[in-house]
Ligand binder design. Structure first.
Ligand code: ZN
Length: 209
């Protein structure tokens, strides 16, 4: 019934609508949430925003499963501060920055299939939202989970990661595997800095370890 829409579809550029308590608890929203969970897992992806299946409402699902981590090395997981995140739903989320230091990693999007690019993101964020039962929740996240939250909440405001990427780093998945997978962040940033302007590719100094 639903499929993932790709960049170029105007729905990905719209401001998604917030939901009232009644709307959150309605059968149509509960069905939407269930569908989104299934679509995210079959993609597979670690997050999905309702506009990505053509529904312009402020609903996200997120889940970072341990099996997704098997293709990353220990060093890659550690550097990204990537840990498992159980399935959860965020409705009408608002994002604020807890720690604005920028961190740069390759990032992809189900709506921009086939490619990834380095996207600077804030290190730590706070999200206030409602869950699927319309109860208020607050999340403090850092590392990879903070990146997922920033990426998905952007979708609700018509922003894609390609708007924030460092465009000279755009890479097909095939070339990511060939040239960049398994390399440390410093190796990658140094390699790109050697090709392009150094200034644009630096992390905040305090993030570099
Ligand atoms: Zn996305």
């Amino acid at each position: 019934m639903f499929t993932i829409v790709e960049a170029g579809d105007p729905v990905l550029r719209q401001q998604a609508q917030p939901l009232s308590t009644e709307e959150i608890l309605s059968e149509s929203t509960q069905v939407l949430i269930e569908m989104m969970g299934e679509i995210m897992r079959s993609a597979p992806g670690v997050g999905l925003a309702a506009p990505q299946i053509g529904v312009s409402v402020q609903v996200l699902v997120i889940e970072d499963r341990p099996e997704y981590h098997l293709r990353l090395t220990e060093d890659e997981l550690c550097e990204r501060e990537r840990v498992s995140v159980p399935f959860h739903v965020l409705i009408n989320p608002t994002l604020s920055i807890d720690d604005a230091r920028e961190v740069r990693f390759f990032e992809g999007c189900l709506s921009v299939p086939g490619y990834q690019a380095i996207v600077p993101r804030a290190y730590a964020v706070r999200v206030d939202a409602f869950d699927a039962q319309a109860q208020p929740i607050t999340i403090h996240a850092q590392g990879w989970y903070a990146r997922i939250l920033q990426h998905e909440i952007d979708h609700l405001h018509g922003t894609l990661c390609i708007d924030r990427m460092q465009s000279c780093t755009l890479t097909s998945h095939e070339n990511y595997k060939r040239f960049w997978q398994g390399k440390s962040r410093n190796e990658i940033l140094n390699a790109f800095s050697a090709i392009k302007n150094t200034e644009i590719l630096q992390d905040s100094p305090s993030i570099l370890r």
